[in-house]
Design a binder for this molecule. Structure first.
Ligand code: FAS
Ligand code: PHB
Length: 389
């Protein structure tokens, strides 16, 4: 088999890249380890930055998002014992945000690729990348007992944190930055009317977050210990803890109900540099992981794809490698900005084990400063809505 771009991974990054390349007359094949059903069962991100909304609309993927998504002018921070604070993205940036689930985006992407006759190979096992520093790279995989080779011009590593692409870059070329957090997020989905706002709660018992997917689909999270198991958190215990972490007026308007999905995700900050090795280009979680506190993970995957698709189009159609040569530096500038902001919000909104009273005071004063300074509020808003591409 031959294609111009072999894409590893059928998550948002891989599918969006394949879609944009196709719209520009560039052929690609997407190799996905799991079944399509497995990919579509994942419940992940839910908040779209302005740049993501604009790009999805620009490439013909805005119709269902605009019909079913929930526009937002910002998100709230409810702080135990303090007045609520609005991250007012509309006031300070004039840009929109949207609550629209990653699962729906992935469904829309699969539908668009299917409609265009896109080639997505699922259950592609043992994917390997070859000759990445030559002008004739290729990938191999196994399916149905058959070993398949795809010759290509470029490889896009969109296979997430646990993928095969990043490890295909020699360790003496790659530099990684890694930080773990001493807690995780326990998330549930319930078929209940959601709280009307996206609201981060800071509480002495721990962090909580109210979000949404649709008028009858709610998404809630609480900070939990790293060694917690889902079985430790029956619905009754989850709801009691969630409501205890909300301000009383907010707790009184939360509609609880049985969970239809429950998962625990550890929090991590991770960046790998460079995001290129020869003809291999990394995009999305394959290159970086951010704690979900800033709602940046999915949005970073989209901005990586914006830069990488532009670079591949310029190279494949005009023979100009300039954007390919600058891709890693350009993408990383935005990655580090989102990594810092996600780290900062995580440090602000979570209770850390063994923290000192002084550290707690620093956190409290940071929150009071957000209330006191228009400049501080504007700074947070412009980062939360997403810095320009
Ligand atoms: P993905 O991980 O989505 O996709 C990679 C794909 O590659 C997968 O389908 C995988 O099966 C496939 N793959 C892996 N190895 C392969 C191989 N060897 N061969 C072929 N295919 C392979 N972000 C937010 O903004 N907000 C959130 O609330 C949020 N919650 C999250 C919760 C969890 C549990 C996780 C894991 C992530 C969460 N994220 C969140 C981040 C998440 O949304 C990612 O940023 C987003 O999925 C990135 O998309 P991709 O880069 O496409 O990676
Ligand atoms: C979500 O809706 O899943 C969500 C919202 C905001 C975040 C993280 C996740 O910061």
């Amino acid at each position: 088999m031959r294609t111009q771009v072999a894409i590893i991974g059928a998550g948002p990054a891989g599918l969006l890249l394949s879609h944009i390349l196709h719209r520009n007359g560039i052929d690609s094949v997407v190799l996905e380890r799991q079944t399509r059903a497995h990919v579509l069962e994942r419940i992940r991100a839910g908040v779209l930055e302005a740049g993501t909304i604009a790009l999805l609309r620009e490439v013909g993927l805005g119709e269902r998002m605009d019909r079913e998504g929930h526009p937002h002018d910002g998100s709230w921070i409810a702080w135990e014992g303090r007045p609520r604070f609005l991250i007012d993205t509309r006031k300070y940036t004039g840009k929109p945000m949207m609550a629209y689930g990653q699962t729906a985006i992935t469904e829309d992407l699969f539908a668009a690729r299917d409609a265009a006759g896109g080639k997505i190979v699922d259950e592609a096992a043992d994917v390997r990348l070859h000759e990445l520093t030559s002008s004739k790279p290729y990938v191999t995989y196994e399916k149905g007992g058959e070993q398949v080779r795809i010759d290509c011009d470029y490889v896009a590593g969109c296979d997430g944190y646990h993928g095969v692409s990043r490890p295909s870059i020699p360790l003496d070329v790659m530099k990684t930055y890694d930080k773990g957090y001493p807690f995780g997020w326990l998330g549930i989905m319930s078929e209940t009317p959601p709280y009307p706002d996206i609201c981060y709660c800071y509480h002495s018992r721990g962090f909580a977050l109210a979000s949404q997917r649709s008028p009858m689909l709610s998404r809630y999270y609480i900070q939990c210990d790293l060694d917690d198991k889902i079985d430790d958190w029956p619905d009754e215990r989850f709801w009691a803890e969630f409501l205890a972490r909300c301000p009383p007026d907010m707790a009184g308007s939360i509609v609880t109900g049985p969970s239809i999905e429950k998962s625990i995700a550890p929090l991590r900050s991770f960046v790998a540099e460079p995001m290129r090795y020869g003809r291999l280009f990394l995009a999305g979680d394959a290159a970086h992981i951010v704690p979900p506190t800033g709602a940046k993970g999915l949005n970073l995957a989209v901005s990586d794809v914006f830069y990488l698709s532009r670079a591949l189009i310029e190279a494949c159609r005009k023979g100009n490698p300039a954007y390919l040569d600058s891709y890693s530096d350009t993408a990383l500038r935005r990655v580090w900005g989102a990594a810092r902001m996600s780290w900062w919000l995580t440090m602000l909104l979570h209770r850390f084990p063994n923290e000192t009273p002084f550290e707690e005071q620093m956190r409290l004063n940071q929150f009071d400063y957000l209330h006191a300074s228009e400049h501080a509020a504007a700074t947070l808003a412009e980062q939360y809505v997403g810095l320009p591409y």
